[in-house]
Design a protein around this ligand. Structure first.
Ligand code: SAM
Length: 204
């Protein structure tokens, strides 16, 4: 997998095994555009594992929309920064509490569906958007995967809800299912609040 996909795993290990040192990286730090740009420009190969994890956390939390590929500085006109440098440990602990009773898989979608499908299963499926198949790294998901996914979902024992962009190709591939139009706005887009049409695709 590409570097951006692998980074969160490294960060988790640093938090688990070197929490005090990780938190110490933020002592006397500020949420500032200048610092954001300095960290963004830093070469990760020159940093220790812990410094790399701290850099990733800072850029992810202080960046706009949590983007990790080419992030840009996030700020609100009326709100304090999302990254609270005085509450790093509490924020991590809240995430840990939320995830402590969750089973985290990392498998191709077809295997996850096959393993967990059953009469009582509900899947929410959030695949790459049509026309954004390669956004998460080369070779992970291709245009053909939409058809493979639709075929697999046709034989599902449980229920599913899938969301995708509302375009003719998506409507064609998933025409066997219930399609519901949803109007939304992409607030993480480069252009502010772009109106968009999405489809909720389901088998119920
Ligand atoms: C639209 S994003 C979903 C984002 C997620 N629901 C969220 O709110 O953060 C699509 C996700 O599908 C994952 N993905 C891409 N190809 C995949 C595959 N073949 N099997 C499983 N997951 C895949 C990507 O890594 C990405 O996290």
């Amino acid at each position: 997998m590409p570097r951006a996909e692998k980074q969160p795993e490294r960060e988790i290990r640093c938090v688990q095994w070197h929490l005090e040192e990780f938190v110490r990286c933020f002592k006397w730090a500020l949420v500032a555009r200048d610092e954001f740009e300095r960290l963004k420009a830093a070469n990760p190969d020159t940093l220790t594992d812990i410094q790399r994890a701290a850099r990733f956390y800072y850029l992810h939390q202080a960046g706009f929309g949590g983007r990790i590929v080419n992030p840009s500085y996030g700020y609100g006109i009326t709100s304090a920064p999302r990254l609270n440098l005085l509450r790093i440990e509490e924020s991590l602990s809240a995430a840990h509490l939320r995830l402590a009773r969750v089973n985290v898989e990392c498998l191709p979608y077809s295997e996850v569906i096959a393993r967990y499908d059953g009469a009582d299963t509900f899947f929410y499926i959030d695949p790459p958007y049509w026309d954004c198949e390669n956004c998460y790294g080369p070779g992970l998901f291709s245009r053909d995967d939409f058809t493979k996914l639709a075929d697999q979902l046709a034989g599902l024992k449980g229920k599913f809800l899938l969301s995708l962009n509302d375009i003719p190709g998506v409507r064609e591939v998933f025409k066997a299912f219930r399609l519901e139009e949803v109007r939304t706005r992409y607030s993480c887009s480069n252009r502010k609040n772009v109106p968009a049409g999405e489809l909720f695709i389901s088998n119920y």
